[in-house]
Write a protein that binds this ligand. Structure first.
Ligand code: DQA
Length: 146
């Protein structure tokens, strides 16, 4: 079995640490990758973090995950609330899927309350800041070790 966990990020998350820090904090995607890699390594797993501002880019990364990854942790950004294409791609992935939102989307505007990705996700994290990514990786490792 693959020991690689994909951490996929959607639009605007390349600006993490600079964009609306009052909502998303000051940590960057590089910090997320480093912290998740440490959590995974302690449990004998590896992570690969990717980001795309394009819906099709995320779909293609999910296709790549089909060949390489045992789990996907995904923060689809705004595509969470709109993208049937990302849901369809995740439905074609056989491994674990965890959906991760830095902010608590349920406390925000009503258009953020619905998630297409949640229809596929094995677990959902929202409002734990960037620590949510690490918690998703930790959970993926635990489930895969069972
Ligand atoms: C987000 C929440 C989304 O509603 C928003 O569009 C994002 C980030 C989060 O991590 O809290 O870009 O997914």
């Amino acid at each position: 079995m693959s020991k690689l966990i994909y951490i996929l990020n959607g639009p605007n998350l390349n600006l993490l640490g600079k964009r609306q820090p009052e909502i998303y904090g000051y940590d960057t995607l590089e910090d997320v990758e480093r912290n998740c890699a440490a959590v995974a390594a302690e449990r004998g797993f590896e992570v690969a973090l990717y980001q795309s501002n394009f819906e099709g880019g995320i779909v293609e990364l999910i296709h790549k995950a089909r060949e390489e990854a045992c789990a996907i942790v995904i923060n689809p950004g705004a595509y969470t609330h709109t993208s049937v294409a990302i849901l369809d791609a995740l439905n074609a992935f056989d491994g674990l899927v965890f959906e991760c939102h830095i902010s608590n989307v349920h406390k925000r505007e009503s258009f953020r309350h619905h998630s297409y990705v949640s229809m596929r996700a094995d677990g959902v994290m929202a409002g734990f800041g960037v620590q949510g990514y690490e918690l998703c990786v930790q959970r993926a490792c635990s489930v895969l070790a069972e």
